[in-house]
Design a protein around this ligand. Structure first.
Ligand code: 5GP
Ligand code: ZN
Length: 113
């Protein structure tokens, strides 16, 4: 999708700190961390939020989350973590490409709803 910052990151047009990548997803460090560990899971296919995803995209996202559960050690999330996905501006969504916040360790800021 043109003018989508996360599509540009996925295509490598905007730099990011990548911690994992496969054919379905990219996991990057959030540029403005709100927790000790703040990662973003980005499906490679563009859709705005969970209300816009197809059945196939839902299955892909479920597969990504299942895979995430096998990376807990590698990502330093052994002490626990939260998954957050904001939908809509009133719920603090600022980027219209579905993403799952992965938050580990103490909360640093209060920006996350
Ligand atoms: P939202 O507000 O949509 O739930 O979350 C968007 C997140 O994307 C925010 O936590 C914000 O810090 C992060 N973000 C916005 N632009 C960039 C960027 O260019 N690079 C990275 N790594 N994170 C970004
Ligand atoms: Zn996008």
């Amino acid at each position: 999708m043109e003018n989508c910052i996360f599509c540009k990151i996925i295509k490598g047009e905007i730099p990011s700190v990548k911690v994992y990548e496969d054919e379905d997803m990219l996991i990057i460090k959030d540029v403005n961390p709100q927790a000790k560990i703040h990662l973003l899971l980005l499906p490679k296919e563009h859709y705005a939020d969970i209300t816009e995803m197809s059945d196939a995209q839902a299955q892909t996202l479920a597969r990504c989350l299942k895979k995430l559960s096998t990376m807990v050690d590698a990502l330093g999330l052994n002490d626990g973590f939260r998954l957050v996905s904001n939908k809509g501006a009133h719920a603090c969504q600022s980027v219209g490409h579905l993403h799952i916040h992965i938050l580990g360790g103490n909360q640093l800021g209060d920006r996350m709803c």
